[in-house]
Design a protein around this ligand. Structure first.
Ligand code: ATP
Ligand code: MG
Length: 585
């Protein structure tokens, strides 16, 4: 409880800092029960009896892998349904067959399940193509839609801009009969791509550009991942989205603020199809933006396709698949998103705040182990040659129910090369000539001799151990300042370890000089591979998806590249916590 309060206080402090910078909320204002304005809206809708049931949907376009940005929308949509005992659908917004792929659909389902969410209905916008077509015909008959034969360039030019009204297309006043005949012929595949489009007939002079006769259908002779070759005309996002929401009985259609100025069009279409109450309405929230992280499937796709990363699940990517492989946990990710909350004003969240929640969860759940990343050999000259002892080590101090494990100890050990200094600087409390340190769980040892090769590199440290200090404490209360992790050489497993740094050097990866793009900000040192790492033998006894804390080295998880012959581990994150430190200042 205490920890939770502390955490809340910390994040509160952080929120206030971020928000006062944007002058969005008054820090003096008493804390509301939720940091999610949409929940407040829903509470009001329910209290006024506007809806009987809360129904949401998560509507990704299957044109790439889901990322941390989507997680905000996933948590919001699925979490809101859970909170109000309602339903949440997963709907693939598959209106553009040129960019969409089955692989993405399957990956998205896998990722959502991994996060621990279950959709009530699984739909595709393409499930509604027939109904959308019927409604389009209705709009044509009522003079609310027409077939336009301008080229795409001309349509753009006629649309005008923010300071100039648009111009009406010369085809705008075709007769209903002509429009119907053309639209049916479009569907039959009688035209080439770009020859015609169907547009809603609204207002070419509207201040809202989305009202300037938005395109409802375009011709695409493409095979669709879901409907195959049934269709060669495809609805636009605006025409498909609200109607799909309506057909599924969605009560609250939640999307990011770039869709704010589509909201009136969303309403216009629902009005035009004579949607019945209680009908869906759209509410916009601020997208998740985090320093040093680049979202957007389009950009991530470039990184994948141009080989900057190893694939969509590269542990450096903010994709759900990459984050899973890296070892982030669903709980850590969701806790972070919940803490950020949902409001309308955009702000950049610091990466350290994200990392704080990842560490919080891993600290509570990870299996402790000793692993030596850059080994140097230690020989205990007074330890019997054939003796092997086993020390009992606690698996997780934060969760004693995780039990203990046995760690073998013998005459030859590995310790971390950086835990030894031949000429120790002031304040260096680890091993040095003549210095005594504790080997975790085991004995005190003292360095007696340094062995070097011909080139002068240290190859071995000869030490003595004090048998009286078994278990890591000395009966005469002799103090040592350093406690080192170690692995018994004879029992050690060899492994490769992959260490990750941020993928981008700049807080805003898109902040580039003219003529450059975000790839100019890629960090050339984002991946470091280390071979010859030594692990405790018990590593092999844990399931593949175990999260580890390699003591003093960070959190790790086994990578799927591991084989029987070669173990590979990813470092999820190191142990330092700059965000918590920042709060203490
Ligand atoms: P991308 O640009 O990465 O393709 P998108 O917005 O086009 O993102 P969709 O697949 O259309 O992606 O999005 C599914 C849902 O996820 C939408 O409701 C969208 O608003 C939401 N979403 C996408 N990015 C973010 C983000 N950074 N923060 C919050 N929600 C997001
Ligand atoms: Mg998109």
């Amino acid at each position: 409880m205490h920890q939770r309060n502390q955490r809340q206080a910390l994040s509160q402090a952080y929120l206030i800092r971020e928000h006062t910078m944007n002058e969005v909320i008054n820090p003096e204002k008493p804390e509301t029960t939720t940091n999610n304005f949409i929940h407040r809206l829903i509470d009001e809708d329910l209290s006024k009896g506007r809806y009987q049931e809360i129904v949401t949907r998560f509507p990704p376009e299957p044109n790439g892998y889901l990322h941390l940005g989507h997680l905000k929308s996933i948590v919001l949509n699925f979490g809101t349904a859970e909170r109000y005992g309602g339903r949440c659908n997963l709907r693939f917004d598959d209106t553009n067959p040129l960019k969409e792929d089955r692989e993405y659909i399957e990956a998205m389902k896998r990722d959502i399940k991994w996060l621990g969410y279950h959709w009530d209905g699984l739909f595709h916008a393409s499930d509604y193509f027939e109904q959308l077509y019927a409604w389009a015909v209705k709009l044509i008959k009522e003079g609310k839609a027409y077939v336009d034969s301008l080229s795409a360039d001309e349509i753009r030019e006629y649309r005008g801009n923010l300071s100039e009204p648009g111009k009406e297309s010369p085809y705008r006043n075709r007769s209903v009969e002509k429009n119907l005949a053309l639209f049916e012929a479009m569907r039959r595949g009688e035209f080439k791509e770009g020859e015609h489009v169907l547009r809603a007939k609204i207002d070419m002079a509207s201040g809202n550009i989305n009202f300037r006769d938005p395109v409802m259908y375009r011709i695409l002779h493409a095979t669709h991942p879901h409907t195959g070759d049934t269709w060669c005309i495809y609805p636009s996002y605006d025409w498909a989205h609200g109607q799909s929401d309506y057909l599924e009985g969605i009560s609250h259609s939640l999307c990011t603020i770039e869709f704010s100025n589509h909201n009136p069009l969303y309403e216009w279409f629902l009005e035009a199809i004579e949607a019945k109450s209680p009908r869906t309405y759209q509410t916009e929230f601020a997208p998740l933006i985090i320093s040093y992280i680049l979202f957007s499937k389009r950009n991530l796709k470039r990184l994948v396709e141009e080989g900057y990363v190893s694939g969509w699940d590269d542990p450096r990517l903010p994709t759900i698949a990459g984050m899973r492989r890296r070892g982030y946990t669903p709980k850590g990710l969701k806790d972070f998103v919940e803490d950020v909350g949902v409001d309308r004003s955009e702000s950049v969240i610091e990466l350290s705040r994200f990392e704080y929640f990842i560490r919080q969860d891993l600290n509570k759940t990870s299996q402790r182990l000793m692993a030596v990343l850059e080994p140097i050999k230690v020989t205990l000259s007074n330890y019997p040659e054939d003796l092997v002892e086993e020390f009992e080590a606690v698996n997780n101090h934060e969760d004693l129910s995780a039990g203990t494990r046995k760690v073998p100890f013998s005459r030859e050990l590995y310790i971390e090369r950086e835990d030894f200094a031949e000429n120790p600087p002031k304040g260096f409390f680890r091993l040095a000539p003549g210095a005594e340190v504790r080997l975790m769980h085991a004995y005190y040892i003292t360095c007696q001799e340094i062995i070097k090769d011909e080139a002068g590199n240290i190859t071995e440290l000869r030490c003595t151990y004090d048998p009286e200090t078994r278990g890591g404490d000395s009966p005469d209360k002799r103090k040592v300042k350093g406690t080192l992790h170690w692995v018994s050489a004879r029992h050690a497993l060899d492994a490769e370890v992959r260490l990750y740094e941020r993928l981008f050097n700049k807080e805003n990866p898109k902040d580039v000089e003219e003529g450059q793009d975000f790839t100019a900000n890629l960090n050339p040192d984002s991946l470091r591979v280390m071979g010859g790492v030594k692990l405790e033998p018990s590593t092999l006894t844990f399931p593949d998806d175990t999260h580890y804390q390699f003591l003093r080295k960070g959190y790790f998880i086994k990578d799927p590249d591991s084989t029987a012959a070669k173990l590979v581990f990813n470092r999820t994150i190191d142990l330092k916590d700059t965000w918590a430190k920042l709060q203490k200042k």
